[in-house]
Design a protein around this ligand. Structure first.
Ligand code: PMP
Length: 462
């Protein structure tokens, strides 16, 4: 049919499945399980919906991998990409060259970004945005004459990508196993986790503990040895953990006091996911650096970015002799097609998509909170169109579901059968991140179907 013509016209589903199993290595997956289960092949998409190779329609409650913020099939984005690709598919940024789309996107983003985050380096995705930030931080510390400030601190449930340095800054065990990370200069402090807080769970207690942990870690490493603290405004892959209001601003403030850089990783939270364009805006936080990806191009082509403050930029610039290149960049830094897509996607955000997302997010929060009295739902946390639902075997004691139930695979199978896509973290947390284009009717459908999927677990959990 039309959808596959030109891509794999000689491959039926069976051939695709076999070829996938025999040749395509999938990101972050059990190779054994994948070979046993086979791939779910997605073929087309429109709005908040995708269709698989068997013609099954699925409501995408996860925006692909929390990235397709504007939804599928946006013609203005396709047109912008097509126009740029026909006119100039590639231009290097090396040797003084540039392309119009990347310049325009950098300018528009700098105007939108918090505070003096006026300098933008474009990467290919979030992982290399984080890796780039770490390299720029290193250059900065050398430039200002403090090369001994080499330690970097993250959170114990943080996720910062899958390059060597990003995987080390990440603190999820899957990314450390057999990988010889964290690296010697990478450290972690406990995450704020209101639902599973060991104390009184009060916002001020949680904030005070995080501040004290950061202070203690910096003291332990030596204040003159620490370069930066990284955090996600809301921890995504760690289980959609929403910190108490005021937490982000308190951590920003503490970093300033300690003389270390504050880096916000907004790869998930950026571009309307939590309501505003950037989650930092909610608490008027201005990071020293900020990483983004995903919603930057809404998944229509790969691109990430690092924003840095004017102060960091000028320090590196002014302390590097003319004629000496700052040795960081890739062939596809500031790719013109991705940049053209970024501009078209920004038009959509500003043309009503952010507003629609906020409306849909408010409805999602209302619907999920109404579900929270279900006996298997221990916690519901929502920020805009980003939500986590934590399942428990026992609501009163917050006991986790038994590991041998392998709920994650049961949930994703049941969700697929019910015609919805979401993500299961571990065996007890369901993550939702629907596209910002969702109507309230689609949010209702997603929640109705999800409720049934959860309720159907009751016999298993008993
Ligand atoms: N940082 C955060 C906060 C992320 O959520 C992710 C991806 N989920 C990354 C970095 C890495 O981005 P990418 O997968 O595009 O490399």
């Amino acid at each position: 049919d039309d959808a596959t013509a030109g891509i794999a016209h000689d491959m039926n589903t069976e051939t695709l499945l076999r070829t996938d199993r025999d040749h395509l290595i999938h990101p972050v997956s059990s190779w054994k399980d994948h070979e046993a289960a086979g791939a779910r092949i997605l073929r087309s998409g429109k709005g908040a919906w995708v269709t698989d190779s068997e013609g099954r329609d699925l409501l995408d409650g996860f925006s692909g991998l929390w990235c397709v913020n504007v939804g599928y099939g946006c013609q203005s984005v396709v047109d912008a990409a097509t126009e740029q690709m026909s006119r100039l598919p590639y231009a290097t940024g090396y040797f003084g060259f540039a392309n119009e789309a990347a310049i325009a996107l950098a300018g528009r983003l700098a105007a939108k970004a918090p505070g003096d985050l006026n300098r933008v380096f474009f990467s290919q995705g979030g992982s290399d945005a984080v890796d780039s930030a770490l390299r720029f931080i290193r250059f900065y510390q050398h430039a200002r004459g403090t090369p001994q400030k080499r330690h970097v601190i993250g959170l114990s449930r943080g996720y910062h990508g899958s390059t060597y340095t990003g995987a080390g800054l990440t603190a999820l065990s899957v990314f450390h196993r057999d990988a010889d990370v964290p690296l010697a200069w990478q450290h972690h402090i406990p995450s704020p986790y209101p639902y599973r807080h060991a104390g009184d769970g009060q916002p001020e207690t949680i904030i005070a503990e995080s501040v004290a942990s950061l202070r203690r870690k910096v003291e332990e490493l030596g204040a003159d040895q620490v370069a930066a603290f990284f955090c996600e405004p809301i921890q995504g892959s760690g289980g959609v953990i929403v910190p108490p209001a005021g937490w982000l601003a308190a951590m920003r403030h503490t970093c300033t006091e300690l003389g270390i850089l504050f880096v916000a990783d907004e790869v998930i939270t950026g571009f309307g996911r939590t309501g505003p364009l950037f989650a930092c805006e909610t608490e008027q936080v201005v990071p020293d650096m900020m990483t983004v990806a995903k919603g930057l191009t809404a998944g229509y082509a790969p691109m990430g970015a690092v924003f840095m403050s004017d102060a960091i930029y000028t320090t590196i610039r002014d302390n590097t002799p003319a004629g000496v290149p700052i040795g960081h960049g890739m062939t596809y830094s500031a790719h013109p097609v991705s940049a053209a897509i970024g501009l078209a996607v920004l038009d959509l955000y500003e043309g009503g998509m952010l507003e629609n997302g906020r409306r849909a997010g408010a409805h999602l929060a209302e619907r999920l909170r109404a579900m929270a009295d279900h006996p298997l739902i221990g916690d519901v946390r929502v920020s805009g169109l980003l939500a986590g639902i934590e399942l428990v075997a026992d609501k009163a004691t917050k006991r986790k579901p038994a590991a041998d139930l392998q709920l994650a695979s049961t949930l994703s199978r049941a969700g697929y059968e019910a015609g919805i896509l979401f993500r299961a973290f571990g065996d007890d947390i369901i993550g939702l991140a629907p596209p910002l284009c969702c109507s309230t009717a689609e949010i209702d459908l997603l929640c109705d179907r999800l409720y049934r999927v959860i309720d159907d677990l009751r016999p298993t959990m008993r």
